[in-house]
Design a protein around this ligand. Structure first.
Ligand code: CA
Length: 230
């Protein structure tokens, strides 16, 4: 397989070097830019296979760059992994809203970043698009179009909120979602959702999922995630 090119846009030199070193060791070709403007120009000129994009950049920041790339027909399909500082929850949510495929929180282990890059590239190859209506995770099958959940072939009745929560978590196994993020995903009109309500929904959802209940993991002090099932 020809080597894939990854564009790294990061103004912190040591982080950029760490990423470059690890990606090159994995056989990727790496391009590097240290500002949003230059990153954007390079992305349009070279159409890399994937972009690792830091959010905190001088001038045009990562969110702006992502927005511009997503609005351009030529670059809109390039997978983007955002780098965020710890606790920049708002940035994470905004990053996903402007079309990032995944994010990694600093400080990160190069191994984690490489694994995420591989997963995002593989997803692109397998599906040709980001999401499919049917999602399979271990014994669990979710059909978003039919609003159906089955466990080992037996269907389960979920409320609309439980189903929505399950879909959000299942879309990105291994990702930790804070209660605040889950609330943002679920918010509908004037309805007010509290942290406590999310916890209650998760308890009910786990019960209904039976043997798959433990697929939804609690991350203490942070929130919830769907177990990564290989
Ligand atoms: Ca930075």
């Amino acid at each position: 397989m020809p080597s894939q090119t990854i564009l790294v846009v990061e103004d912190e030199r040591d982080i950029a070097e760490l990423i470059t070193f690890n990606l090159e060791r994995e056989g990727y070709k790496v391009e590097f830019e240290s500002s949003g403007e230059e990153g954007l120009r390079k992305a349009k000129a070279t159409l890399p296979d994937l972009i690792v994009l830091d959010i905190m950049l001088p001038g045009l920041n990562g969110l702006d760059v992502c927005r511009v790339l997503r609005s351009d027909r030529i670059t809109q399909g390039i997978p983007i992994i955002m780098l965020t500082a710890r606790d920049e929850e708002i940035d994470v949510v905004t990053g996903l809203e402007v079309g990032a495929d995944d994010y990694v929180t600093k400080p990160f282990s190069p191994k984690v970043l490489v694994a995420r890059i591989r997963a995002v590239l593989r997803r692109g190859i397998e599906t040709g698009e980001a999401t499919s209506p049917v999602k399979k995770l271990g014994e669990l099958t979710i059909n978003k179009e039919k609003h159906q959940v089955t466990i080992s072939g037996t269907s389960r009745e979920l409320t609309q909120t439980e189903f929505a929560l399950l879909c959000v978590l299942a879309e990105r196994p291994g990702w930790v979602f804070s209660r605040r993020q889950l609330i943002d995903f679920l918010r509908d009109g004037q309805q007010v959702i509290t942290d406590r309500a999310i916890d209650v929904q998760i308890v009910n959802l786990r019960k209904k999922l039976g043997i798959c209940g433990d697929y939804i993991q609690t991350v203490r002090g942070v929130g919830y995630r769907m177990k990564e099932l290989l």
